[in-house]
Design a protein around this ligand. Structure first.
Ligand code: PEP
Length: 251
């Protein structure tokens, strides 16, 4: 059985004052029955990890460079994230793929870097609206998954997030049947790639998850949690999503 994870992606939002939201979240969930993670901008990782030290809420990065160090101005390595206090790193987010032209091959070497540094990689896949309309959703996520998984990948240290591009930040979500179809497919694809360990890989849904729709999404088979953008910025909203995931686990 895969671990359950509620992961928040703050994107390029948050300054020191917002650490209060992270502390409030940790206070509300002193011993959660699911894993809880916040991924702030790189500038806040160290401070957030210190603020959350001793709590059950973990800290993660939103991207890393493939190399451990070197002449890569503006980049941050997986080792640096780990030293700053990160336990996880989001890789292949559609905003990175679109804004920075990240291909599956680029994402793959970043997943290798995360493993090298002892970070859990949250590998994101998802179709655009045009790809869904063309009936290509399953092909697209298969290609992204296969192209982004390093050879010899194991379940340990891997989380996969299904994030339809058209659902991110739009308030639109797929139907539960559409989410189920993709998550079942990803579980099968993982089984082909890594064998029986596939059942231990948390499969997150991401794209406009809110307190109002979280319980319905978490009731879907093969959904082991969520990657949450906007609704992770405020402790009130993210706490309600964590509680919905705990409720789904308890059922
Ligand atoms: C995301 O960016 O990973 C995301 C899911 O964003 P939102 O929840 O705001 O749609």
């Amino acid at each position: 059985m895969a671990r359950k994870l509620a992961a928040g992606n703050w994107k390029m939002n948050g300054t020191g004052a917002d650490l209060a939201e992270a502390r409030a979240l940790a206070e509300r969930h002193p011993s959660p029955s699911v894993e809880v993670l916040l991924c702030p901008p790189a500038t806040l990782i160290h401070r957030m990890a210190e603020a959350l030290s001793g709590s059950a809420v973990m800290t993660g990065g939103q991207d890393c460079h493939a190399a451990p160090k070197g002449a890569h101005t503006g980049d941050v390595s997986a080792e640096m994230l780990a030293e700053a206090g990160a336990s996880h790193v989001i890789l292949g987010h559609s905003e990175r793929r679109a804004d920075h032209d990240e291909s599956d091959a680029v994402v793959r070497v970043k997943v290798e870097a995360a493993r090298r540094a002892g970070l859990v990689a949250i590998l994101c896949v998802g179709e655009t609206e045009a790809e869904r309309d063309a009936g290509r959703t399953l092909d697209v996520v298969s290609t992204q998954l296969q192209g982004s998984l390093p050879t010899g990948t194991m379940a340990e240290g891997l989380v996969v997030a299904y994030e339809p591009v058209w659902a991110i930040g739009t308030g639109r979500t797929p139907t539960v049947a559409q989410i189920a179809e993709v998550h079942d497919h990803l579980r099968d694809e993982l089984a082909t790639a890594i064998g029986s360990g596939a059942r231990d890989v948390p499969l997150l849904y991401g794209g406009s998850v809110k307190p109002a729709n979280a319980a319905e999404i978490f009731a879907v088979a093969n959904v082991d949690g969520a990657l949450v953008g906007g609704a992770s910025l405020k402790a009130d909203d993210f706490s309600a999503i964590v509680a919905a995931l705990e409720g789904a686990v308890g059922e």
